[in-house]
Design a protein around this ligand. Structure first.
Ligand code: NAD
Length: 516
């Protein structure tokens, strides 16, 4: 949770035109550790004037430096250097991320390793863009050299959410810089600290002044300036559906490129042939990791009737024993929700679910403060399971982004109904299919209208494969080679090596006199 004030920030946290500066507004924001509601630090709250300064700097750099015209091969060593620096400072960054988000240190370390892999992947993948693609064949004279080349898009605004702050900004900044853009990063106001640290590493790696900017601010402070500005060429946004819609509308006026990666309400289908213990572990991990604050979390269990009662009983039992605590404590298995505001939202969804008639099996509240005084200052919420859920309920249809599992059942053997339920969502980010019958699992997985589908596992990803959603989960792809495509323009170049007169206009028509 954060709050704005005018108490000075100990260090400037805006990086504009090669300098660390305080906000022109002098407004600041206190960053809170969600584990115990204590203040971690105070940062600058950028204003519209700061956003304008960042855009001017980025535009000037993009237009006047040779950065955009270099080969990727010249820029990519800088990405390798960032990867080295991330590994050098892995423990520092992991601790920052854990204090800021509440997630466990183990998860934060995995995030640092993952983003290291992202920088390394794009340092290699971007090299492929240096090759010109020759276009020959019917309709192209032999005297012509026709080829496509790649240019960077220009000034890119990169906006990230609070749940995976380091990860989400790196998925954007690595391909954007590899391809020669000038970037303005805007992390979530709730969890900006790892992005501030990342900026220092990018500077240390040697990215030139003007290629890199950082604005720490809430969406309302700088959002409209960034997204409506005519000198911003691209907005890449990850966050909630409502904000995504607003951003698409803001970008429309200048027809700028705009990709949005949004929420999910992700089904996890479990067939009755699964080993029970294994399936319990699968379902619990899919939904309760990072206290459910994962866009791809398996929040909807869709289970075959004959295994349902036993599976649910096992899930409930395991949920009861999840060890919540300080992410810095190696014994903690999961941390708190990120903020008081988010906790209130999750509590509201529990009320809604009860009112809709869903049956609460476990959780549904904050931990008992007498039994767990160590959790009472933080934003903890117990792992929660609702049975008897119907597809019409809001708890099934809307993203709670908390540790809440809903259960829907399908009749034994009714594969079609399982698929129908899994696809019955406005979102389409991710889903799981669990079955020992490999042919069936493959058949069902193929039919799911979701951007990532896991069979007999849940949640893995690689920088080498695209990530993104169908439906209202978004309109772009990050990671993989398509993640690079988001940041490039493709230019067709047609060069005539033996110029001849075209002769279309022969000069034999009547004299066309201008009307004076
Ligand atoms: P959010 O939409 O509230 O905020 C996301 C970012 O947008 C923040 O940096 C915020 O400051 C900024 N913002 C808010 N209003 C803005 C405006 N008008 N203009 C410009 N920027 C603005 O989302 P959140 O609560 O931070 O993140 C949670 C959401 O993110 C969930 O819905 C989750 O599913 C989604 N998410 C999606 C993915 C994915 O890959 N699809 C990954 C992680 C999170």
């Amino acid at each position: 949770m954060t709050s704005t004030s005018t108490a000075p920030a100990p260090e400037p946290t805006l990086y504009i035109d090669g300098k660390w500066v305080h906000s022109k507004s002098r407004h600041t924001r206190t960053i809170i550790n969600p584990f115990d509601n204590s203040a971690i630090t105070t940062i600058d709250e950028a204003c519209a004037e700061d956003a304008e300064a960042a855009i001017v700097s980025a535009k000037k750099f993009f237009d006047t430096s040779d950065w955009a015209h270099k080969k990727c091969a010249e820029r990519c060593p800088l990405l390798q250097k960032v990867a080295d620096l991330l590994q050098r400072d892995k423990e520092i960054i992991a601790e920052i991320e854990t204090k800021d988000t509440g997630k466990t240190l183990t998860e934060s370390r995995i995030d640092v390793d993952d983003v290291t892999a992202v920088f390394r992947y794009y340092a290699e993948e971007a090299l492929k863009l240096d090759a010109e693609k020759q276009i020959a064949g019917e309709g192209i004279p032999e005297t012509v050299n026709s080829r496509t080349v790649h240019d960077p898009v220009g000034v890119c605004v990169l906006i990230a959410p609070w749940n995976y702050p380091l990860l989400q900004i790196c998925w954007k900044v690595a391909p954007a810089l590899a391809t020669g853009n000038a970037v303005i990063m805007k992390p979530s106001e709730v969890t900006p600290l790892s992005t501030i640290y990342l900026t220092k590493l990018l500077i240390e790696a040697g990215f030139p002044t003007g290629s890199l900017h950082l604005l720490t601010a809430g969406g309302a402070s700088v959002g409209p300036t960034l997204t409506e500005h005519r000198d911003v060429d691209l907005v890449s946004f990850t966050g909630g559906l409502d904000t995504g819609r607003r951003i698409i509308q803001s970008c429309a006026g200048t027809v700028k490129r705009c990709t949005v990666e949004l929420g999910g309400k992700n089904p996890n289908i479990v067939f009755s042939d699964c080993d029970l213990d294994w399936a319990i572990d699968n379902v619990v991990t899919a939904v309760f990791l990072h206290s459910g604050q994962v866009c791809s979390s398996g929040a909807r269990l869709i289970v075959e009737e004959s295994i349902a009662d036993e599976l649910i009983a096992g899930v409930v039992e395991k949920a009861r024993h999840i060890k919540m605590g300080n992410g810095l404590n190696p014994e903690s298995e999961t941390g708190p929700l990120v903020s008081a505001a988010h906790l209130a939202k999750v509590e509201e969804y529990v009320k809604i679910a009860k009112a809709e008639g869903a049956k609460l099996l476990v959780g549904g509240s904050r931990p008992d403060p007498i039994a767990h005084p160590e959790l009472s200052n933080g934003f903890f919420f117990l792992p929660t399971v609702f049975d008897r859920c119907e597809r019409s309920m809001r708890i099934v249809r809307e993203e709670t982004f908390g540790p809440i599992l809903t259960v829907e059942r399908f009749k034994d053997g009714d594969e079609e109904h399982a698929i129908f339920l899994a696809n019955d969502t406005k979102y389409g980010l991710a889903g799981g299919v669990q079955s020992k019958d490999v042919a069936r699992a493959e058949r069902v997985a193929r039919r799911l209208r979701h951007g990532s589908v896991w069979t007999n596992t849940y949640g893995s990803y690689t920088p080498r494969a695209e990530w993104g959603g169908f439906g209202l989960s978004g309109n772009g792809r990050e990671l993989g080679s398509k993640g690079l495509d988001e940041y490039i323009e493709t230019k067709h170049m047609w060069t005539e090596n033996k110029p001849v007169k075209v002769g279309w206009f022969k000069g034999q028509g009547p004299l066309l006199k201008p009307k004076l």
